[in-house]
Design a protein around this ligand. Structure first.
Ligand SMILES: NC(=O)c1ccc[n+]([C@@H]2O[C@H](COP(=O)([O-])OP(=O)(O)OC[C@H]3O[C@@H](n4cnc5c(N)ncnc54)[C@H](O)[C@@H]3O)[C@@H](O)[C@H]2O)c1
Length: 254
């Protein structure tokens, strides 16, 4: 499928995980991909693999974000898709009883303020063009509670979800769609390492997934490519769950 032929797509956090899988999928579908990451080595590698452009950017810096979208526009002539995906879940963000203000603020900056900045600067170009698709990465934890808390992470993803909904509504008649992607747990190297050390921890989570396994990053990327494309032309302001059924489940199959 070449649904993104000649579209210019900016991806934050393109050096790893969901961002990297999406850079690959976007390129396969014909997009010109601008790979942004704070990690230069990973970002350069991703951009080289997909024949795109690397822009080093810290998504918490307005200067960097402004430069990112300007560079995309100046290099390729438009900004058609923004996949605002960079995010962190550090170990010092835990239960509210343990989490200090510094950890709280850092996660809010990287996961939520960054999405505000990226939307603001992507919208500048998309409004001029009268078209665009913005996909912001939230999480299934924005719609469900967890007893294994990461309090700032969860709150930040709730913020991403409601901000995306509001922007989707505000800009709908300007031809710009804004959706919040809510992935379930994804099979990343970090997750594998954590669960190899602690099988009970893995089982405690897996039991809630009707499909019976975690997602592959490529499965999340497939949903992002759909939302980015005209196949999703009537989808905006949505909470787009790609979660293996977790959020719909009460009792799961044995
Ligand atoms: N992995 C999961 O199970 C899962 C589930 C739901 C949602 N998510 C969300 O999906 C997104 C991607 O997660 P992932 O698992 O692919 O993570 P990852 O750690 O594999 O990749 C994140 C990338 O973002 C980059 N990054 C971090 N801080 C940055 C900053 N300040 N500026 C620019 N780039 C920065 C990192 O260098 C890295 O390349 C995140 O928003 C995460 O919260 C992940």
């Amino acid at each position: 499928m070449q649904r993104l032929q000649d579209r210019v797509a900016v991806i934050t956090g393109a050096g790893s995980g969901i961002g990297l899988a999406t850079a690959r999928r976007f390129a396969q579908e014909g997009a010109r991909v601008v790979c942004a990451d704070i990690d230069e080595e990973a970002g350069v590698k991703a951009a080289a693999e997909v024949g795109g452009l690397f822009v080093k950017a810290d998504v918490t810096s307005e200067e960097d974000v402004e430069r990112l979208f300007r560079t995309a526009f100046e290099t390729y002539g438009s900004v058609d898709v923004a996949f605002n995906n960079a995010g962190i879940s550090p170990p010092d963000d835990d239960s509210i009883l343990e989490t200090g203000l510094d950890a709280w603020r850092r996660v809010q900056e990287v996961n939520l303020t960054s999405v505000y900045l990226c939307c603001k600067h992507a919208l500048e170009y998309m409004r001029r063009q009268g078209k665009g698709s913005i996909i912001n990465t939230a999480s299934f934890v924005a719609v469900m509670g967890s007893a294994t808390s990461q309090i700032s992470y969860t709150a930040s993803k709730g913020g991403v979800l409601s901000m995306s909904r509001e922007l989707g509504v505000q800009f709908a008649r300007e031809g710009i769609r804004v959706n919040a992607l809510c992935p379930g747990p994804v099979n990343t190297p970090l997750l594998q390492e954590l669960f190899a050390k602690d099988p009970e921890r893995a089982q405690r989570r897996l039991v809630h997934v009707p499909i019976g396994r975690f997602a592959e990053a490529s499965e999340i990327a497939a949903a992002v490519a759909f939302l980015a494309s005209d196949d999703a032309s009537f989808i905006t302001a949505s909470q787009f769950l790609v979660d293996g059924g977790i959020s719909g489940a009460y009792v799961t199959p044995l």
